[in-house]
Design a protein around this ligand. Sequence first.
Ligand code: IMP
Ligand code: MG
Length: 170
Amino acid sequence: MQMREGMIPSISKEEIDEMVAGLAREIERDYEGKELVMICPLKGSVLFIADLCRKVKLSQIVDFVYVTSPKLESCRIIKDVSVDVQGKHVLIIEEIIDAGRTLSFLKARLMASHPASIKIVALLDKPARRELPINPDYVGRTIEDRFVVGYGMDSEEVGRNYKDIYNFAQ
Ligand code: IMP
Ligand code: MG
C-alpha cells in the first residue's frame, strides 16, 4: 500500500464502523416512515455513503454530485444531481467538513429545488477551519485542525483506499 511519510493512525476501522452505526441509528429514528434522498458529494464520501446507506434501514434513493471548491475560486459543478429533490427529505452525506465551502454551495443549490427538508451528515468535522456558517446536523466525530486521509479521503489521490483514517504529524 502506498503510504506517505509522517502518517499517524488516527481512527481505526472499528471506530469508524461504530460511528457509522451510531449515525445510522439516529437517522432511522428521525426519519422513521419517510423516504430519504441521500446525496454523496464525490469523491471523498463514497466509502462513507456505501457503509451508511446499508445500515440505514429506510427506503432511500442514493445520488451523486461532484463539486470542486478550489481555494480562491467559487465552486464548480463537474456532475450535478440527477434526481428531482422537490418535496423530498434530503440528506447530504459528507465525509469531512473543513471550510464549509462545498456544503454551503451545495445546500443552497439543493434548497432552490424546494426539498421537504435538507440536513447534513458528516463523519468528521473540523470546526476550527470554518469560513462559512455551515454545521452538520449529524456528526460522527469533531476533530482538531489536521489533514486526514483514508476511508475515502485523500492527499493528492493517495489514501482513499485505506480502511483506517490517518493524520499527519504537525
Ligand atoms: P470544504 O469545502 O472546505 O468544507 O471542504 C470540503 C472537502 O474538502 C471535503 O469534503 C473533503 O473532500 C476535502 N477535505 C477537507 N479536509 C480534508 C482532509 O483533512 N483530508 C482530506 N480531504 C479533506
Ligand atoms: Mg467531500
